[in-house]
Design a protein around this ligand. Structure first.
Ligand SMILES: O=C(O)CCC(=O)C(=O)O
Length: 281
């Protein structure tokens, strides 16, 4: 079945403005309780199989499962979640694709992220201050977080700083006073522009922080291994859903992928409109 763009309600203008200006959106209760429980169960099974044995051998600042999509169909469902789709379309565009999916466990301890970093700071060939629809991450939560449990924090608006402008010195930043710290509950998600300065704060709680982290970008961006489930039956039928897993519509150029039936690829349409304007004077 090919869905139509009208089937997906756009996000609210206020959310779009907030995202464009601040660089992140907090999405409380994006996952319903039944889905949240399935995600938690799937994560715990995967953790038992892949993280527990490593952890028994080696102490690491954090533990990742890079091929989480192969562990349970529920992790593929998250990537194409209907409630998430309007946000992906608004923050990236119609050619959205999943590029990486990871399950992460962050044990109590100091943060493993660089203080106030952009994931994209060294990206060549694109000026991210002018391209705020390039790359987003979604962190999914399936249990309530405590404020000191390694939460995400952002310096709002910093994705828009010109490349040549000096970034704030981490020594001058007091997270509690200068940043926005998100303390999510089970079922929540946080979507952010990965060029916005952010970090994961220390996990000073006695509990592991357990999350899922999915990265999305455009159809022409290279996917990490594991960004598509090995079992093709776990890829839903819809054209947007297939595109999210890197399976485009045959006959459409890689730079012009759109999931929707009907409209021609935008480059072709624009060329035709241009020609028509010329012919008709
Ligand atoms: O909270 C984490 O696990 C990592 C946060 C981060 O820096 C990221 O997702 O880019």
């Amino acid at each position: 079945m090919i869905s139509s763009p009208e089937a997906i309600a756009p996000i609210r203008k206020s959310q779009q403005i907030q995202y464009e200006n601040q660089g992140f959106i907090y999405l409380p209760q994006l996952l319903n309780p039944a889905l949240t429980k399935r995600v938690l169960d799937g994560y715990e099974r995967a953790c038992k199989a892949h993280i527990d044995p490593v952890r028994a051998q080696q102490v690491k600042p954090h533990y990742d499962i890079a091929r989480i999509l192969d562990e349970d169909i529920v992790f593929s469902e998250l990537a194409t979640l209907p409630e998430l789709q309007p946000y992906l379309l608004a923050t990236l565009g119609e050619d959205v694709q999943l590029v990486q999916a990871t399950a992460r466990l962050f044990p109590p301890g100091k943060t493993f992220t660089a203080p106030w970093h952009s994931d994209m700071a060294n990206t060549l060939g694109i000026d991210l201050a002018h391209s705020n629809k390039f790359h987003v991450k979604v962190h999914f939560y399936f249990e309530d977080m405590a404020p000191d449990q390694g939460c995400l924090a952002f310096l709002p608006g910093t994705h828009r700083l010109p490349r040549e402008m000096e970034r704030p010195n981490p020594k001058d930043i007091n997270a509690a006073e200068d940043s926005v710290i998100i303390v999510p509950k089970a079922g929540d998600a946080v979507l952010f522009n990965t060029h916005c300065l952010h970090m994961c704060l220390d996990n000073n709680s006695p509990k592991d922080r357990r999350t899922l982290i999915y990265s999305f970008s455009h159809f022409w961006v290279k996917q990490f291994p594991g960004a598509r489930p090995s079992n093709p039956a776990w890829i839903p039928e819809g054209s947007l859903e297939r595109q999210i897993f890197g399976l485009g519509v045959d006959g459409l150029d890689i730079f012009d992928q759109r999931p929707w039936q009907g409209p021609e690829p935008s480059a072709l349409r624009k060329a035709k409109e241009h020609l028509a304007r010329k012919l008709l004077g």
